[in-house]
Design a protein around this ligand. Structure first.
Ligand code: ME8
Length: 506
């Protein structure tokens, strides 16, 4: 079986999960489900990033011990993954023993390869980003310095271990050149290339001014820089340092899906450290865009955070997922507004899909006693049925290039065609004069619903399941290989009473 591996970032537990976290999880889940249906062996991991100054401060603010605090907040992310009904194969928490072991071993490997040395760090640090900044990256207001996002940075001076990042610029650039799809989309790759070309400095990878983190072995007070700790989570889930050959097959086909905010860590620091440790690199890093709420940056201080749980309660899981996947091209920024949300759901899910299935099956139920009315035939290349079977390779191609909304586009365009077909066929009239034609037309539509039900499973799993249940398709006949005339619905196959799939919103 072919193997593939998807990862989300592991999320900081300083706060509640919001729509941005849900977005990355949903993308990975959609891809994982897609490849599962395509007979791949799939790993899909997510988790929580529980160490570092930011989390320590959040715990303090809550008057709680950090461990008690992270246990509680991590649960919110676990609950979110349950609410999103995701198909993850692992949930990594950086406070787990298996992870600490992986991180310490990773460090040891870097040490063995002579990639770590002790010195002093002097420079700017942003606690919110858990990141070091060079002065040229900051703006000055009075005596204070701020990041591009307006976050004030603090000056730190302390003893620190360093990773020899500066040794890796040429090798990184060569790798990017030889593997043009390593960083996607292309615009982001160019940003990374110019960052590397501007010169890399050695990276401070330990801190001594706080305690909440993984201790560097054989030192008194060094705590691993939270980003090294966090990045290793991807290896934790494949049992590093005891990763088997088989697990490395997943790793070599691993796609890190992240937000554009953390690209530098994933596309510069991480591959450099992996090269230094002589561990193979994952296959790809894809940085998606940023969601705003009604045109405004999502922020707790503005009070406009969108709670995915509340959205799912209000509109339903499939609707929420569909909107996020469909509204923007993966990689671009998106704006969330309830107005465009409702418009999208009404036109594509309620009308184009739900209503079409409902009216076709209601009519079939009334006139053909809930049975497939006729034996279908495929006529020519341009035949509707051939077109629907041809959707699979088209959808696959888009999914392989991570163009999720284009994959959905193909299905939506087909649904539009099916609606036109239904309107032209006018079964409510033709049944009076040519019932044989009506039976053929309805059967064509029903077979198309089977195919579309199968294809929509990664994107709107609950509704697709409902469609396939209504059509009475056996559970073990829902994988992509069944998108074929060979597995068509036969005449007299029983069909269940249709139920409305998506309510309309005013
Ligand atoms: O950065 N739009 O964790 P984090 C889209 N722990 N995506 C968004 C978003 C928005 N408005 N807001 C957040 C960290 N995200 C580190 C990661 S990985 C080894 C360590 C998503 O909790 C997006 O995926 O700040 C972004 O990269 C991630 O949440 C940042 O999550």
């Amino acid at each position: 079986m072919k193997k593939i591996f998807f990862t989300t970032p592991i999320f900081y537990v300083n706060d509640l999960p919001h729509i941005g976290h849900a977005y990355t999880i949903i993308i990975c889940d959609t891809l994982a489900k897609f490849y599962n249906l395509d007979e791949y062996d799939v790993l899909f991991t997510t988790g929580t990033d529980e160490h570092g100054l930011k989390v320590e401060k959040a715990a303090k603010k809550n008057n709680t011990d950090p461990k008690v605090f992270v246990d509680k907040v991590s649960q919110n992310f676990l609950n979110l993954s349950k609410k999103l009904k995701i198909s993850n194969t692992d949930f990594v928490r950086t406070t787990e023993e298996r992870h600490k072991k992986a991180a310490k071993n990773f460090w040891k490997l870097l040490e063995e390869k002579n990639q770590i040395y002790l010195s002093n760090y002097k420079g700017w640090y942003s606690v919110r980003d858990e990141a070091f900044y060079q002065e040229k990256e900051l703006t000055k207001e009075g005596s204070k310095f701020f990041t591009q996002d307006g976050e004030e940075v603090q000056w730190i001076e302390e003893e620190s271990f360093f990773f020899k990042l500066s040794e890796w610029d040429e090798k990184l650039l060569k790798y990017f050149d030889e593997n043009p799809d390593f960083i996607m989309p292309a615009s982001r790759k160019n940003e990374v290339i110019s960052f590397v070309k501007s010169g890399l400095k050695d990276l401070s990878i330990s801190r001594t001014s706080f305690k909440w983190g993984i201790k560097v072995e054989d030192t008194n007070n060094h705590i691993m820089y939270v980003w090294i700790d966090a990045l290793v989570n991807y290896l934790t889930s494949i049992d590093f340092p005891k990763t088997t050959k088989d697990q490395f097959c997943f790793w070599e086909n691993c796609i890190h899906i992240i937000g554009k905010d953390i690209l530098k860590f994933h596309a510069v620091y991480w591959p450099a450290m992996l090269m230094a440790a002589e561990i193979p690199l994952p296959k790809r890093i894809f940085a998606h865009g940023w969601w705003t709420n009604e045109g405004k940056k999502i922020s707790k201080s503005i009070g406009n955070v969108i709670d995915p749980n509340a959205m799912i309660e209000k509109y339903g899981l499939d609707q929420f997922k569909y909107f996020l996947l469909r509204e923007v091209t993966l990689g671009q920024d998106g704006d969330f507004s309830e107005h465009s949300f409702k418009a999208r759901i009404n036109s594509e899910l309620s009308n184009n899909l739900g209503n079409l299935i409902q009216r076709t099956l209601k009519f079939t139920s009334k006139n053909f006693k809930n049975k497939m009315p006729a034996e279908i035939e495929v006529l020519g290349k341009k035949d509707l049925l051939n077109e629907v079977y041809d959707l699979l390779p088209k959808v696959k191609k888009h999914m392989q290039s991570l163009e999720i909304n284009k994959a959905i586009d193909e299905i939506v365009a087909m649904l539009t065609k099916l609606n036109k077909f239904m309107d032209l066929a006018e079964p409510w009239n033709s049944i009076k004069i040519n019932p044989k034609k009506t039976a053929n037309d309805l059967s064509t539509l029903i077979e198309c619903f089977r195919v579309i039900g199968i294809l929509l499973q990664p994107f709107i799993p609950d509704a697709s399941e409902e469609i396939l249940n209504i059509l009475n398709i056996e559970k073990n006949k829902r994988k992509f290989k069944f998108v074929n005339f060979k597995y068509k619905i036969n005449k007299d196959h029983c069909i269940n009473e249709p139920k409305p799939l998506f309510p309309r919103y005013d």
